[in-house]
Structures are given as structure tokens and as C-alpha cells.
Design a protein around this ligand. Structure first.
Ligand SMILES: NC(=O)c1ccc[n+]([C@@H]2O[C@H](COP(=O)([O-])OP(=O)(O)OC[C@H]3O[C@@H](n4cnc5c(N)ncnc54)[C@H](OP(=O)(O)O)[C@@H]3O)[C@@H](O)[C@H]2O)c1
Length: 310
């Protein structure tokens, strides 16, 4: 099948591109920093594409006519509402608009759990109302609303909502977190019994591959997460042990406020203060999703990828 990927130079897009190549699809990888494709460069067609440029989008789609487009391009680590809205909302509108105009049959869109993570329920389920906790989440809500509007107009869009994704060389969080835990700079606060459910990038890619052949993927929205949740204490201990480091130290909850002003560490401590659990019943029932990689196997590989720097 001929497929085109936006954001193929990013963490998830690149992993997806590798899988599609392995499974012998004809793959067009797009992004801005194409050198990030490394070894994939000889195995795919690589094309520069800025999703802020609607004419370039139409041009590439009319030339290539992919049967399916995977939209993975986004701004993930930014606090600039202006930049987030320009890329995540307006760029996504450009992608859907070009797909509608060029008659692209199917689009798989990577949304995010951030569109509902402001809801207090545990676990979070797909049916909850939009509620963000930060600007990134607001930009992803705006993009999902656009996806739903295009779906109403007849464009087949699959909306996948990954929870926090980890994997080898994950660039946003795990590398630094692993080092802080190894150097014993990040404590477990109190009992550390809040639950954390993540998703391995290979499980996310499995779901995107399911969308190639399942009509049900183009209806509803789908949270994707691993099957297991760890407590924060288990998570920190596992990362420390994987690196051969001493177990993390613990501080009483009342001391946590001393750490809060420290850059990165303060934010992380607040992040770990609530239960982050998700229901994957809908995606299991409707798409037949089976999380193949366990959090223990996936996390071990991911943490070791920074250690070995491979
Ligand atoms: N990582 C997570 O934990 C997570 C969780 C839930 C949802 N998601 C969603 O999954 C998707 C992929 O995330 P990721 O972690 O792979 O992000 P990433 O590693 O930061 O990759 C982002 C990709 O977007 C591309 N991009 C950014 N601005 C662009 C623009 N104006 N035009 C074209 N391409 C642009 C980047 O390309 P260049 O570098 O070449 O410019 C890069 O390929 C995003 O939609 C994100 O919201 C991620």
C-alpha cells in the first residue's frame, strides 16, 4: 500500500515508518529535518514538507496520491500558545483540508490523551468531555474538533489518543528522567502509590497498523495504553534497577514543596502526584488491540537505549 507520513522524522513517526518499510509498504516520509531519518533515507522516499504550507501539502498529495496518510507532525514540547495553535491546530487543518481536496481515502491522526486529561475520573475513558491541563492539550483539543468536523464532511479519519509514550531514544522525557533517578536527584514523594500507565511506542505503532485494515478505526476515538499500570514507586525503582543504580530515596509529602521551585524536578514531582490510568476497553473490543509489549520489557529497552547510547 502507498502511505505518506507527516512528522516521519519524529519519535513516533520514525518508528511507524520503520514498521511500514519492514512490512513492505511503499513509504513517503515527510518532515523538515530529513537527515533525522538516518538509515531509513535509503529505503523510503523522503520529502521536505512544512504542514504550515497548504500549497506544498496539496502539491505533494496530488503528485503522490497515497492511499492512506498518517498525520504525526506536531509541536509537543512548547509553552507558546501561538506556536502550538499554528502547528497543531492550523497545520492539522491544512493536512485534513488537503486530504479532502485531493481525495485521500483514509487519514490516521495522532491526537493525545491530553485532550481529556483535565477530567478527574480514574481511569479516563474515551467518552469523557474535552478538558486540558495545559496549552499543548488545548491545541490538541482544537485539532480534534477539526478532525471531527472533517469526518462529518465525509473524510475518513481515525483518531488515536496515545497516553504518555516511551520507547528507545524517546526524546522528550525519559532520558533526563532516567538520569535524574540514576543520580538520585528525583525523590519518591510519600508512599509513591499513585498509579502511572504509559504506552510503549511499539504498541502505538501496532494500533496505527491496525487502522490500515479496519473500518471501525474511522469511527469514534481510541485511547491507546499499555495493559499494566505501575505505582510511581515501582516505576522509579524499576528505572533505577535497570541502570544498576541504588533505589530512589523517599521524602515525606510535607517536604515536597521545597523541591517544587527547582526547574524540571519540581514539575516532575507535581506530574507524579495524581493517578494516571486509562481504560483501553474500547480499542480492545472494537479494533482487537492487544498490547504486545509489557511495560517491563518496553521500559527496560528504553532506559538501556540511553545507557548504551545506541
Ligand atoms: N510522545 C508522546 O508521549 C505523545 C503522547 C500522545 C500523543 N502524541 C502525539 O503523537 C504525535 C507525534 O509525537 P512525537 O512524540 O513523535 O513528537 P516529536 O518526536 O516531537 O516529532 C514531531 C514531528 O513533527 C514534525 N513537525 C513539527 N512541526 C512541523 C511542521 N510545521 N511541519 C512539518 N512537520 C513538523 C517534526 O518534524 P521536524 O523535526 O523534521 O521538523 C517531527 O517529525 C504528535 O501529534 C503528538 O501530539 C505524542
Amino acid at each position: 500500500m502507498k502511505v505518506l507520513i507527516t512528522g516521519a522524522t519524529g519519535f513516533i513517526g520514525k518508528r511507524l515508518s520503520e514498521r511500514l518499510v519492514q512490512e513492505r509498504h511503499e513509504v513517503i516520509c515527510t518532515g523538515r529535518l530529513l537527515s533525522k531519518l538516518d538509515k531509513l533515507l535509503n529505503r523510503v522516499k523522503a520529502v521536505y514538507l512544512d504542514i504550515e504550507d497548504p500549497a506544498a501539502l496539496r502539491d505533494i498529495l496530488s503528485k503522490e496520491k497515497p492511499e492512506i496518510l498518517f498525520h504525526c507532525a506536531a509541536l509537543v514540547n512548547s509553552s507558546s500558545l501561538n506556536a502550538l495553535m499554528r502547528i497543531n491546530r492550523d497545520g492539522t487543518r491544512n493536512v485534513f483540508d488537503a486530504c479532502a481536496k485531493e481525495g485521500i481515502g483514509r487519514v490516521v491522526y495522532l491526537s493525545s490523551i491530553a485532550v481529556i486529561s483535565g477530567n478527574p475520573q480514574v481511569p479516563l475513558t474515551d467518552g469523557l468531555p474535552y478538558s486540558a491541563t495545559n496549552r499543548y492539550g488545548e491545541s490538541k483539543i482544537a485539532a480534534e474538533r477539526i478532525a471531527l468536523a472533517y469526518r462529518k464532511k465525509g473524510l475518513k479519519i481515525s483518531i488515536i489518543r496515545p497516553v504518555m509514550v516511551y520507547g528507545e531514544h524517546e526524546p522528550h522525557l525519559l532520558g533526563l528522567l532516567s538520569r535524574l533517578i540514576k543520580w538520585r536527584l528525583l525523590p519518591v514523594v510519600g508512599l509513591g502509590d499513585n498509579k502511572l500507565q504509559l504506552v510503549c511506542v511499539d504498541n502505538v505503532v501496532d494500533v496505527m497498523m491496525l487502522a490500515l485494515g479496519r473500518d471501525e478505526a474511522y469511527d469514534g476515538t481510541y485511547i491507546v495504553a499499555d495493559k499494566e499500570a505501575l505505582t510511581i514507586r515501582e516505576f522509579f525503582k524499576f528505572i533505577a534497577k535497570t541502570q544498576g543504580a541504588k533505589p530512589p530515596f523517599t521524602i515525606p509529602e510535607k517536604l515536597a514543596s521545597f523541591f517544587e521551585p527547582i526547574p524540571f524536578i519540581g514539575n516532575r514531582l507535581s506530574f507524579f502526584k495524581k493517578d494516571r490510568m486509562y481504560s483501553i476497553e474500547r480499542i480492545k473490543e472494537r479494533l482487537g488491540y492487544v498490547p504486545k509489549i509489557s511495560v517491563y520489557d518496553g521500559l527496560k529497552k528504553a532506559v538501556l537505549s540511553y545507557e548504551k547510547n545506541v
